[in-house]
Structure formats: C-alpha cells, structure tokens
Design a protein around this ligand. Structure first.
Ligand SMILES: Nc1ncnc2c1ncn2[C@@H]1O[C@H](COP(=O)(O)OP(=O)(O)OP(=O)(O)O)[C@@H](O)[C@H]1O
Length: 401
C-alpha cells in the first residue's frame, strides 16, 4: 500500500520534510520517529488531508486523497490528533457514536447494528465500563482509548494518530500500543502514528521512518534500521548514551576512574548507575563481552576491561585491571558469582585488600568467610549500592576534617 509518493510537506511554500515516500503493507503499524520539530505532525496532517502537500500525492488504498469525497474519506481514514478536544458535556457513548456518522442515514439515527459496532469498539479498547461517563471527566489515558474507539467505529482502512501515548503512564502506553497492534493484526487496519517512546516504537511497530534534517533518513523494519548509534545521532543526544540492544538510556559518568568495581552477571549494573548518579568515575572489570554489565558500563562511559566471552580471564587482562586498581582508593565487590572463568576477579578483590584499599562488598556478610577466608574482617559490608556511596562520602568528609 503506497501512502505517499515523492511528497513534500510543509506550510505554504516552506517545505518541512521533502521527498516523503511512505509505503506500508495492509495491517501494519507504521511509526514516525524523530526529534521535536522534525516534521512528524506535519506528515501526519498531510496524510490525513488536513494539510495539502506542498507537492506530491497522498494515496489511501490506491486512490488519490484529493479525489475522495469527504463522506467516503471518513469511511477509509480516521484521524486521532494530539490536541485535547473540548467535547463539552458529552458521554463516552455519545462521542464514540460520532464515529458512526459516515455510515448512518441522513438524520444520523443509530441502528441496532451501529450500536453493536460501537459496543464492539469500546470492548476492543477496554472502555465499556466508561460508556456512560462524561468524556470531560476522564483521565488522559481513558480519553485516548475513547478516541481510538471513535476512530475504530468509522471502520476505516487507515488510522492516523499523532503521539497517542504522550501524557500516558507506562501501563496505558503499553495498553494503547497493544490495542493498535491487535487492530492491525485482527482487522487488517493500517496504522500510521508518531511516537516519542523509542522502545515502544522498536518493539511494537513493523515499520519505522526516521525523520531528520527535513528528510526521511531511513525507512524499514526496526531490525533493519535501528543500529548501534542510530538513536544517539537521530536525537543528537549529549551527556548520555542510548543502547539500542537494551533500549536503555544511561547518563555519562565522570570519565576519570576513582573506584574499581569487580562485577559481572548483571550484579554490576545497579552499582554502576548508583555510583554514576553520585558523581563517581569507575573502572569496571574484568567483564566478559557477553555480560549484561558490560553494556550498561559502556553506555555509562565507564572504563572497561573486557575479556572475550566464555574465555577464562587472561593474565594480561588481570594485570591491566591490577594496574588501574593501584590508582584508585576504593574497590567494590558486587557479589558476582564466581566460577572458573572469572576466578581472577576474586583475586583482584583480595589483591585490593592486600594493597590497603577500602574494599566494599555487597555479598551477604553471613556467608562472607566462604568467599574471603582470612580477609573477611578487612572488608566493609553493605546491603545496597546507596550504602556504599554514603560510606565513601562519609570517609571523604572525615579525611577533609
Ligand atoms: N501551522 C504551522 N505553520 C508554520 N510552521 C509550522 C506550523 N506547524 C508546525 N510548523 C513548523 O513545522 C516544523 C515541524 O513541526 P511538526 O509539528 O511537524 O514537528 P514534530 O516532529 O511533530 O514535532 P514534535 O515532536 O515537537 O511534536 C517545525 O519547525 C514547526 O515550527
């Protein structure tokens, strides 16, 4: 299904996004992603016929949008825009019923079939219980569902939605995208929308268009177009790093390492974040390249000592870690599980004790002897990362005094 061909969109003669070729398959969820002001709403308004293209053509299922008469268009296309509509003292049912007008007779009387369709649409968006409530009194999430129901009641081939998840909490964001996905899969409706939630777009939509610098920078499945660094450059993010694999944004930590963290197997991630928030630079090691901790550590901008996946830590990596450890005052053992391939990390912890470093451990104190043997009492035990940062702060304050 071609939706737009060689289309320039904008206002009067000012082109906001040029050469938009938008192709979708029936029943697909298509998402426009791009920074504020990139032109997502302008494209959606043009696709909806609310704004004429500066040049080019919009198609709805093969027909030129311009040639479709308004009542016919309402049966093919439904639009849900961001603007909060003021709908006075109308109930949810009355608003939903408005979506039926393209199909009703001249006096707009609802048949039993129409009422059934309205009921079915309210069911599809889990809003039957809201049927007799006043629209004005609903929460943003509830209003959004009612607007989707109204669009659905038009029985269109295409639904266009501008930022349908803005202002919604995570539960409602997921619910709205799940509802739209179900409409695509079960009713074969094509949905074009804009989102600011990168994660929802990557995980919930079949096709993504990246809009940047007045152009469609890329179009394809999320797997085709979202590579490492794509989101970073699309939004020109500074001071933080987006990891496409994990869908996580991490704020950069201070570059110069003051603390060495021996972690792994996901025990480090929370500690890195807590210390980064508290303003510390870290060296994390020795981490295997397939360890989840390494992705978080890298996204935070920590110094990382990396070993190949499934290999025992080599001596050169151990010595590299040891050299960095000499330069820092603190070592943290995250309580990582120890096995044959990462035994050298445990050696690093003991080495830190021997060097006279302050060593914190998040390992349960009651089992510590099995882990640290004769060094057990030389280690300070904390139950969570926030306690470690507090201890370090207190120690620094004492030193200053
Ligand atoms: N009615 C208008 N007349 C002239 N220019 C407009 C109009 N509406 C928007 N623009 C401009 O068009 C550009 C694209 O705006 P648009 O709203 O399409 O971006 P967007 O990607 O939807 O942004 P956001 O994510 O902030 O909603 C912006 O520079 C904006 O100032």
């Amino acid at each position: 299904m071609i939706l737009a061909e060689k289309m320039d969109v904008g206002y009067e003669k000012t082109v906001v996004v040029e050469n938009v070729d938008l192709r979708g398959i029936k029943g697909q969820l298509i998402c426009l992603l791009g920074p504020n002001g990139a032109g997502k709403s302008t494209i959606l308004r043009t696709l909806s016929g609310l704004l004429a293209p500066v040049s080019g053509t919009v198609y709805i299922n093969g027909s030129d949008l311009k040639s479709i008469k308004k009542p016919e268009l309402a049966k093919k296309l439904a639009v849900v825009l961001t603007e909060q509509v003021s709908l006075g003292l109308l109930t949810v049912f009355e608003i939903a019923a408005m979506g039926r007008f393209p199909h009703t007779n001249l006096i707009g009387k609802l048949s039993d079939e129409d009422k059934g369709i309205i009921q079915e649409a309210l069911q599809a968006v889990n809003a039957v219980h809201l049927r007799d409530r006043y629209y004005a009194e609903l929460s943003d999430g509830e209003k959004q569902k009612v607007m989707i129901a109204r669009a659905l009641i038009q029985q269109p081939e295409l639904i266009v939605l501008d930022e349908p998840t803005s202002h919604l909490d995570v539960k409602h964001k997921v619910e709205v995208i799940s509802i739209l996905r179900r409409l695509c899969l079960e009713k074969g409706i094509t949905v074009v929308l804009s989102l600011h939630d990168i994660d929802l777009a990557i995980k919930g939509c079949e096709t993504i268009l990246l809009i940047q610098d007045g152009k469609i920078a890329a179009q394809g499945t999320p797997e085709e177009i979202i590579k490492a660094g794509t989101i970073q450059s699309l939004y020109e993010i500074e001071g933080a790093q987006y990891n496409e694999l994990l869908g996580s944004l991490e704020f950069f930590s201070r570059q110069y390492p003051e603390i060495f963290i021996a972690g792994g197997n996901g025990t480090g991630a929370g500690v890195y974040r807590a210390l980064s928030r508290a303003g510390y630079g870290m060296c994390c090691g020795v981490l295997h390249s397939n360890d989840i901790d390494i992705h978080i550590g890298k996204a935070l901008g920590c110094e990382i000592i990396e070993e190949e996946a499934f290999n025992a830590i080599h001596e050169d990596k151990y010595h590299q870690a040891r050299e960095i450890m000499k330069t820092v005052d603190y070592m943290i053992d995250t309580g990582f599980p120890v096995g044959s391939i990462n035994q050298r990390n445990m050696d690093l912890v003991i080495e830190a004790v021997k060097m006279g470093k302050t060593v914190f451990s998040l390992f349960p104190k009651e089992h510590a002897f099995k882990r640290y043997g004769e060094w057990t009492d030389k280690i300070r035990y904390c139950s969570k990362a926030a306690e470690v940062t507090k201890c370090i702060e207190d120690k620094k304050t004492m030193e200053r005094v």
